[in-house]
Design a protein around this ligand. Structure first.
Ligand SMILES: Cc1cc2nc3c(=O)[nH]c(=O)nc-3n(C[C@H](O)[C@H](O)[C@H](O)COP(=O)(O)OP(=O)(O)OC[C@H]3O[C@@H](n4cnc5c(N)ncnc54)[C@H](O)[C@@H]3O)c2cc1C
Ligand code: SF4
Length: 497
């Protein structure tokens, strides 16, 4: 149980980050490796509270609370405290296929519901998770596990994001022949093209894809299902098909002047920037922020990733617009433990922007009204107005414009980062699967679509979410598909236990 009195004696230690002014000169990960001693101290803080809310993995008030893959957190905290790293790794891999991803970029809903966090800063769970898996790779404890028996059943997975990879891993280990199809030129989904390199090094993603390949999973990249291969071809040549195609249909901002040159979707920008980095190209295909006034519309993490990318390209100025007011420093009475803490924080990108420009670049409670372009159609400025967030007579939040707060912002480059509508129409049509509000209809825990033999998991089913939920769905859909093919399944499942 860690050290009995550890939570009273030892303080939380945060991720050690590289100097923001230095790290914006390169694209390497912004955090530094942890020492074993530091992790041992943090493991000692786990109080083994008896009812560990840290791994409840459920939605409270629309936000995730506790770990969605139900990681055995108190167990590996204790093992790290006792320096039994190999045993800690075995425990971790029981529930999480890819802790090297979640340990780096999960927003750690486990920490918001950690019992220590009722009165003190939470146990540094996410850092411990990363330290365990990184040590596993460093020590050579992670080697290909090649299935000894093959069932002869063939499964096609469309999409190589965390949902597709987790499903592929589980089903391959069950002895099925798994092929993952990916339309991009590299596997990984948003782990590769979406999340920037400074948050998640692409070598870490490639290492895992290589390991899966060595274990027998087939990857076919540069192949779009519905264009290069039809859905019928896949259905006819496989015993089951799983749609793990994500929810990357852009949400647009169709206001006056939207056609101006210089306005781009955040995802296009992040994808091109990472592709150029990996292909070692200097030219950013017209999407270079160097010397420009950049505005990011959307206050979320995708917007923050655009800030970090534009900083590294040498933007002249950067501003991020958010519709919502600034969050409070401490939990409000409507946001009590163990719900995810809705509190103000400076993300890595915001720290970097503050170091570079001397202030937080976020503007809150603001709405863009129109874009203005010059005679050549090039974006020149944005017009905004401030908003007031109130509740209507039914208690629903509504936004009202505040007259007299109009403002004009010079900008040559704008990134739209206001979320995603859901799954792409093309894949829904190709398989004739039914969908509601752009989410493929397939009940959680069952994952069957209306088409026999076709399953859906991850963001394509759930809507844009988190890596850890995608891993959860990949594991759970694998259990269901295995049962569909074999009559029953020995693969782990929490929902169908
Ligand atoms: C910019 C950004 C940053 C994010 N940062 C974080 C973060 O820090 N932490 C976190 O937990 N979550 C983050 N998320 C969310 C997280 O990345 C997603 O929830 C997760 O990747 C969903 O996994 P998935 O496997 O369902 O889909 P995806 O990762 O979206 O993968 C779907 C894959 O399917 C492929 N595909 C689609 N259609 C076809 C087709 N017809 N043929 C072949 N291939 C196809 C796509 O090319 C893609 O590679 C972020 C999201 C974005 C956009
Ligand atoms: S996967 Fe996320 S929620 Fe689960 S233990 Fe790791 S950081 Fe916490």
């Amino acid at each position: 149980m860690g050290k009995a009195t550890g939570f009273m004696e030892i303080e939380r230690e945060e991720t050690i980050e590289r100097d923001p002014n230095e790290r914006i000169k390169d694209w390497k990960e912004y955090s530094t490796p942890f020492s074993d001693d530091m992790m041992k101290r943090q493991g000692a803080r786990c109080m083994d509270c008896g009812t560990p809310f840290c791994h409840i993995g459920m939605e409270i008030d629309g936000a995730t609370s506790g770990c969605p893959v139900y990681n055995l957190i108190p167990e590996w905290n204790d093992l790290v405290y006792k320096e039994q790293w190999k045993e800690a790794l075995d425990r971790l891999l029981k529930t999480n296929n890819f802790p090297e991803f979640t340990g780096r970029v999960c927003p750690a809903p486990c920490e918001g519901s950690c019992t220590v966090a009722i009165s003190e800063p939470a146990v540094a769970i996410k850092n411990i998770e990363q330290a365990i898996i990184d040590k596993g790779f460093e020590e050579g404890w992670i080697t290909p596990r090649i299935p000894q028996i093959r069932t002869g059943k063939k499964i096609a997975i469309i999409g190589s994001g965390p949902a597709g990879l987790a499903a592929a891993d589980q089903l391959n280990q069950a002895g099925h022949t798994v092929t993952v199809y990916e339309k991009a030129d590299r596997a990984g989904g948003l782990l590769t093209y979406g999340i920037p390199n400074m948050k998640l090094d692409k070598d870490v993603v490639a290492r895992r894809v290589k390991l899966l390949e060595d274990e027998g999973v087939n990857f076919i990249v540069n192949t779009e299902i519905g264009k290069d291969v039809t859905g019928d071809e896949l259905k006819n040549s496989n015993d089951a098909v799983i749609l793990c195609t994500g929810a990357q249909k852009h949400r647009n901002l169709p206001i006056e002047g939207r056609e101006a040159k210089g306005i781009h979707y955040a995802m296009d920008y992040l994808t091109i920037s990472t592709k150029n980095l990996l292909d070692k190209k200097i030219n950013n295909e017209g999407l270079d922020a160097a010397g420009k006034d950049v505005i990011v519309i959307g206050g979320g993490d995708t917007g923050a990733d655009c800030i970090a990318t534009a900083l590294r390209q040498g933007a002249k100025s950067i501003t991020q617009f958010g519709k919502h007011p600034q969050l409070p420093v401490k939990r409000g009475s409507e946001n009590m433990w163990p719900a995810y803490p809705q509190v103000f924080s400076l993300e890595y990108a915001h720290k970097e922007a503050k170091a570079k420009f001397g202030e937080d670049v976020r503007q809150y409670s603001i709405q863009t009204k129109k874009f203005v372009m010059d005679e050549n159609g090039e974006l020149e400025s944005l017009h905004t107005i401030e908003m007031k967030k109130t509740r209507d007579e039914n208690g629903i939040f509504v936004f009202e414009e505040i007259p007299g707060t109009e403002k004009v912002w010079p900008a040559q480059l704008v990134f739209i980062a206001i979320g995603f509508e859901g799954a792409e129409d093309a894949i829904i049509k190709e398989f004739s699967v039914s969908a509601t509000s752009k989410k493929i209809d397939a009940e959680y825990g069952d994952f069957r679509t209306n088409v026999d033999g076709v399953f859906a998991a991850g963001d394509s089913r759930r809507g844009q979410s988190l890596i850890v939920w995608a891993i959860n769905e990949g594991r759970e859909v694998a259990h269901q598909v295995d049962g569909y093919l074999m009559g029953e399944s020995a693969l782990p499942s929490v929902v169908n236990a």
